[in-house]
Design a binder for this molecule. Structure first.
Ligand code: TPP
Ligand code: MG
Length: 459
């Protein structure tokens, strides 16, 4: 990503709006670049672009106000030839092929670095008899593959958790197998062999010791290893496992006690209903909080571009802005912002942006009248400061120009469904659910779902 940012001139040392933008940018792991002068402008911009594309970095290109004022000679833009993918060393390819050939129950877990290599990984997995999973940020990469277990980690289905922890070989593809993806290591069996394939040497072994590290592009490595293997192997792809995935491969097939009642609609019931209601071509952007497992587990996404998790800095309140970016980037898909009430209230001003830009978007607010994550985390403590008074979030949405409903029970969605169809995809909707009673559990713990109640009221 290339971010263009104005900056104060170098000589404006006493400007009241001077900040050290380079330091700000590097403090969050991005790369600071700068247009230094009219003479270097072209080279500066090309350098920033190349870093963003070739190193897959977020680059902030600072544009000092005094330089912006100066005329620049438009010159020819130098052609930037794309790099060929970095191929792994032959020894590493042999070693990985050997481990796969020896494995009975291999599982591939693709992370952010595996996005874009879905086809190569599926091919290799078929030859290996491997099951497929992703970290949360790569959710959707293997959508619709009959051997896909979906997300590995806190959002994993019970079946996925069982099968991943039963693997005798776990290969992380562009995935550091961190504590979220591996449930603090609990998803890696004690005798499992662990491999990481990554372009970044620092990433290999970063979170846990690995038996083999392969330095190389994920897609190129998958292709090279594939050539070392014979035809399809059974491996973990047995008829029993196939039947298990067909039956219990998705969260919605897990039985649950529907807690819909006076307190509102069960968020699982709401999420399943939304999954049926919303068009398949969607981008789901999820804020942070206890609720986040519901949209992540129950809303299908078409591919790895269909899911945006905003956990980069563990901050709440970024989901709506992320959905706005997604709506602008992929106007062919419906943006769905899934927020908690805390994150929604923190970022509510961005509802105005959605309305002003006329973005098609559904904003779903899982409303438990509080910072539910804190309630679950600090069990038994005084929750006064993290409980909110009842807030009519639907009314807030309407104030900004949204159509809005509050769902208390599945039938409340009927009215919404009619309205949704009538307005097709050119309107923004705000759906509010509310969680009054918090049950124990939580997505950040392996134990599974949390019960909530949701209400929706139609204007
Ligand atoms: C900016 C920021 N402040 C505080 C936190 C700590 N925190 C993590 S989750 C959470 C609760 C979020 O509440 P809500 O959006 O309603 O979701 P819920 O947990 O209730 O489902 C808080 C306060 C944080 N991650 N980021
Ligand atoms: Mg909440």
């Amino acid at each position: 990503m290339l971010v263009l940012a104005a900056d104060t001139g170098a000589a404006a040392v006493r400007s009241n709006f001077r900040i050290d933008q380079d330091a700000l940018v590097s403090s969050v792991g991005a790369v600071a670049e700068r247009v230094h002068s009219p003479g270097s402008a072209l080279a500066d911009v090309v350098r920033a672009y190349r870093t963003a594309v070739e190193q897959r970095r977020t680059v902030v290109l600072n544009l000092p106000l005094d330089v912006q004022e100066l005329p620049v000679e438009a010159g020819p833009v130098p052609a930037v030839a794309p790099f060929a993918p970095v191929r792994p060393g032959a020894d590493a390819v042999q070693s990985l092929a050997g481990l796969i050939a020896a494995a009975q129950r291999p599982v591939f877990v693709a992370g952010r670095g595996g996005r874009g290599a879905g086809a190569e990984l599926r091919d290799l997995a078929e030859a290996s008899g491997a099951l497929l999973a992703t970290s949360a940020v790569a959710a959707g990469l293997f959508a619709d593959d009959p051997w896909s277990l979906g997300i590995s980690g806190g959002f994993a289905t019970p079946l996925a958790a069982e099968l991943i922890s039963g693997a005798d070989l776990v290969v992380g593809w562009g995935c550091t197998l961190n504590m979220w993806t591996m449930r603090h290591g609990a998803l890696i069996g004690p005798d499992a062999t662990v491999v990481q394939v990554d372009l970044d040497a620092d990433a290999i072994g970063a979170n846990r010791p690995v038996h083999l590290g392969v330095l190389g592009d994920v897609g190129a490595t998958a292709v090279d290893v594939r050539t070392e293997l014979d035809g399809p192997r059974t491996g973990y792809r047995t008829p029993q496992v196939a039947a298990g995935i067909a039956e219990r491969g998705r969260w919605r097939s897990e039985p649950y006690e529907d807690l819909t009642g006076p307190g509102g609609i069960d968020p699982r019931t709401l999420s399943i209903a939304l999954d049926d209601l919303l068009p398949a071509e969607r981008t789901v952007a999820v804020d942070s909080g206890n609720f986040m497992g519901y949209p992540s587990a129950y809303l299908r996404v078409p591919d790895e571009h269909g899911y945006c998790l905003t956990q980069g800095f563990q901050s709440i309140g970024l989901g709506l802005a992320t959905a706005i970016g997604a709506a602008c980037a992929r106007p062919d898909r419906l943006a769905v912002a899934a927020l908690g009430d805390g994150g929604a209230l923190m970022s509510a001003v961005e509802l105005e942006t959605v309305a002003r830009l006329g973005l098609p978007m559904v904003v779903v607010v899982y409303d438990d009248r509080g910072y539910g994550a804190e309630v679950h985390h600090f069990t038994g403590d005084d929750h006064t400061t993290v409980a909110f008074p009842d807030t009519d979030i639907a009314a807030i949405g309407r104030g900004y120009g949204f159509e809005a409903v509050t769902v208390n029970a599945p039938t409340d969605l009927d009215a919404w469904r009619t309205g949704w169809q009538a307005t097709a995809r050119n309107r923004s909707w705000c759906t509010r659910g509310s969680l009054r009673t918090a049950a124990p559990g939580g997505w950040r713990r392996p134990s599974g779902a949390t019960s909530t109640g949701c209400r929706v009221r139609r204007r």
